[in-house]
Design a protein around this ligand. Structure first.
Ligand code: IVH
Length: 703
């Protein structure tokens, strides 16, 4: 792989490579997590994220707007109309043991005491001691899906998932079917009420659901949380209704015209009086001592209830104090999630197998004798890569410790050496791909092992799945199952094959009829007109996500100009630099990819940007920001993060992820990054709001 030519040499470029690796890895796992197909435990994800945060802090120039550090949660899926959350749905900071809980309590006290001292003798601000009844409201931390439900004049009008916290997906149709959630509030409902809470599936209902899945020959859901997520995101609300979801309401999001309250506990009581389901284990507790006793008690009882909770949420009860403590970029300072420690069990490691991912990565995983741990039965667990297996030295036949910490996918901690068969040998990574039988390769300095056979059926499927995706060529009526069938039945040998499908033969296949074949044919035909940026994204070029694909398309205009561009020209592209340029160049130089491009060209694909004047052809807009660097932080009303970046790039500016002395302006929306604002203020960079941003885009001038 090419490495950046930096003045300080190896160390900096090694960090750059690692940052990019981590960004890609975390984005990959984050997408899998939100698609309910996680492959690594949350703990590993958090460790990787921490490593990335530390590296990005040292090298702010490497912070890319697409970096997983720049967003909270997953982007909403456009299949369900986007819904803005006002105020945003925040996350919670975690305390992993009682010490961390105490430390949080201390911080809260210090912050409030400092505020009081600042107010001086004039009018002392109240502290926790003045607050009255109880210091803390303590609730269960339900392990489900956060949603926001809006009532107008007492009638349910909209429900949305949390999404990335700012924008979620409209799931009103599904939520209406949840029996716990009233369609009409009782009593004196306010003009507008938005409540937040967790959609869950009770354990008993979950078991019934999996029994039904088994009867129908469908796959079982791994746990109630996944099943709840799958049930909520159904297009057909009848399916959701069948699933028997439940709901717990734990937070007031927004209200207009209702009574005002001074505490969380009072608010919960009011929500309950309106007919909303508030959990009976939500309690007001006097002080930290009572909180500690309570969390310890519930830790013992964590499997006694008919629903899962992975900890408790401790909230400062007094709303006035909450207001003074405020929030940071991710979560409120007035609340903390006390998470239960992971649970561990031992079981037999039956075998270590290797699975092949969509771009050929070979991942070893443990096949286990099924064991019940942390509320689910576990039969497989990822082992990540060759080094991980070696570090843990787990061997087929070993008794191993399996841990599951509130996360979806469990991990193998290590072997119980005292129970090891003395004749056992260390596991050796297989030489050949289990799918295509060709040799696997591990590049020097990399942790991943790869199947490098371009024609491995798993990779063909991976390329086609990505190519047809909604953000790519948007070919509908072609799900994973059918791609799999077409590839294994020899109807489809790669992406180009999509444009040469034998529809007569498909019409004879089980599950297809004339209408579905026509739909498929029309969708494939329509994709030929997709603009260049979508095609570039669809080609699975390393480093080319949606944003880079748009920038690349706007910079060159058509595929031939990209084919002709040398690495220097590519490195000039906004935000690219030598590493991305080398990766793009290498991809276009690969003979397989050349053949692919020429094959696609012959089928009549457009391979150009949209008409000049469209957003894709960047040069059409007045270059008001030429040479200016504008940083955006926090949620804007009229732009998504990507749209704001596009708006800046399209006007000739650059939109880096961090503030420096050369930044022309920092645009702040709701909940901006505190460190960015501090940096801007200390460097004399103007901090502007969305209206001023719009003016800046239009005129290139700050108001
Ligand atoms: S309060 C601004 N209370 O935990 C306050 N959240 O890790 C934010 N959760 O996204 C949330 N039980 O999905 C709150 N009793 C509870 C909760 C709870 C579960 C979830 C919620 C949130 C996540 C944060």
């Amino acid at each position: 792989m090419a490495v950046a030519d930096t003045a300080d040499g190896g160390a900096a470029s090694a960090s750059a490579a690692r940052v990019r690796e981590l960004q890609a890895l975390l984005n990959h796992h984050s997408a899998l997590y939100y698609a309910d197909k996680p492959e690594i435990p949350d703990g590993d994800f958090d460790r990787l994220l921490k490593e990335l945060e530390a590296l990005e802090e040292q090298h702010p120039e490497l912070v890319h707007p697409d970096s997983p550090t720049q967003r909270v949660g997953a982007p909403p899926d456009t299949a369900f109309a986007p819904v803005r959350h006002q105020p945003p749905m925040m996350s919670l900071h975690n305390a992993l043991d009682l010490d961390e809980l105490r430390a949080w309590h201390e911080r809260v006290h210090r912050a409030l005491a400092a505020g009081t001292a600042r107010a001086g003798g004039e009018q002392a601000l109240p502290t926790m001691e003045d607050a009255g009844v109880g210091d803390y409201a303590v609730e269960l931390k339900f392990d489900g899906l956060a949603i926001s439900v809006r009532y107008e004049d007492g009638v349910l009008v909209r429900a949305a998932t949390r999404g990335d916290g700012r924008t979620g997906e409209d799931v009103t149709h599904s939520v209406r079917t949840i029996a716990d959630i009233p369609i009409r509030l009782q009593g004196d409902a306010p003009a507008v009420l938005e409540v937040r809470g967790e959609v869950i599936l009770r354990l008993s209902t979950f078991e019934q659901l999996n029994a039904r899945q088994a009867e129908r020959g469908e796959k079982a859901y791994v746990n109630p949380r996944n099943a709840a997520a799958g049930s909520l995101r159904q297009k057909d609300a009848r399916v959701t209704a069948e699933r028997g979801l439940s709901f717990w309401c734990y937070q007031l999001g927004y209200a207009e015209g209702g009574p005002t309250f001074s505490s969380q506990m009072q608010t919960l009581q009011w929500l309950k009086s309106l007919g909303l389901p508030v959990n009976q284990y939500s309690v007001g507790l006097a002080d930290l001592v009572a909180v500690e006793a309570h969390v310890t008690d519930f830790e013992r009882r964590r499997h006694d209830l008919d629903y899962e909770f992975d900890g408790l949420v401790v909230k400062v009860d007094d709303l006035g104090l909450q207001g003074r403590l405020g929030v940071d970029a991710k979560a409120p300072r007035w609340a903390i999630a006390y998470k239960f420690p992971p649970e561990e069990r031992t079981t037999k490691l039956l075998d270590i197998e290797v699975s092949i991912g969509p771009s050929g990565q070979a991942t070893p995983f443990a096949r286990l004798e099924p064991v019940f741990v942390g509320g689910v039965t576990v039969a497989t667990a990822t082992l990540h890569n060759e080094d991980q297996v070696a570090a843990k030295d787990v061997r087929p036949g070993d008794t191993v410790i399996v841990r599951r910490a509130g996360e979806v996918i469990p991990e193998v901690v290590g072997p119980v050496l005292s129970e090891r068969d003395p004749g056992s040998e260390p596991w050796v990574f297989p030489r050949d791909c289990p799918v295509c039988g060709r040799p696997l390769q591990r590049a020097e300095g990399m942790s991943a092992t790869q199947c490098v056979n371009y024609w491995c059926p798993r990779q063909i499927r991976g390329r086609v799945e990505h190519f047809v995706g909604r953000a790519a060529m948007d070919i509908e009526f072609l799900g994973e199952r059918n791609i799999d069938r077409f590839v294994s039945e020899g109807l489809l040998d790669d992406v180009v094959g999509l444009y040469k499908l034998d529809f007569e033969e498909i019409e004879q296949m089980e599950g297809f009829g004339q209408t579905s074949v026509n739909n498929l044919r029309n969708s494939i035909e329509a994709s030929k007109q997709q603009p260049l940026s979508r095609l570039l994204f669809a080609l699975s070029i390393p480093e080319i996500g949606q944003v880079n694909a748009q920038v690349l398309a706007a910079a060159f205009g058509d595929i031939d100009s990209i084919l002709a561009a040398d690495s220097d020209a590519l490195a000039e592209v906004e935000g690219f630099g030598p590493i991305i340029a080398a990766s793009v160049r290498a991809w276009f130089d690969d003979p397989h990819n050349r053949t692919l491009i020429e094959g696609l060209r012959k089928t009549g694909l457009r391979m150009e940007v949209d008409e000049p004047g469209s957003a894709e052809a960047g040069e059409a807009l007045p270059q008001t920001l030429a040479g200016m660097s504008v940083v955006v932080s926090g949620a804007l009303e009229g732009f998504s993060r990507d749209e704001a970046k596009q708006a800046i790039l399209a006007r000739g500016g650059s939109a880096p992820g961090s503030v420096s002395g050369r930044t022309a302006a920092l645009v702040v929306g709701a909940d901006p990054g505190a460190s960015k604002v501090r940096k801007a203020e200390s460097s004399g960079v103007p901090v502007i709001d969305e209206a001023a941003f719009q003016q800046l885009l239009d005129t290139g001038q700050l108001p």
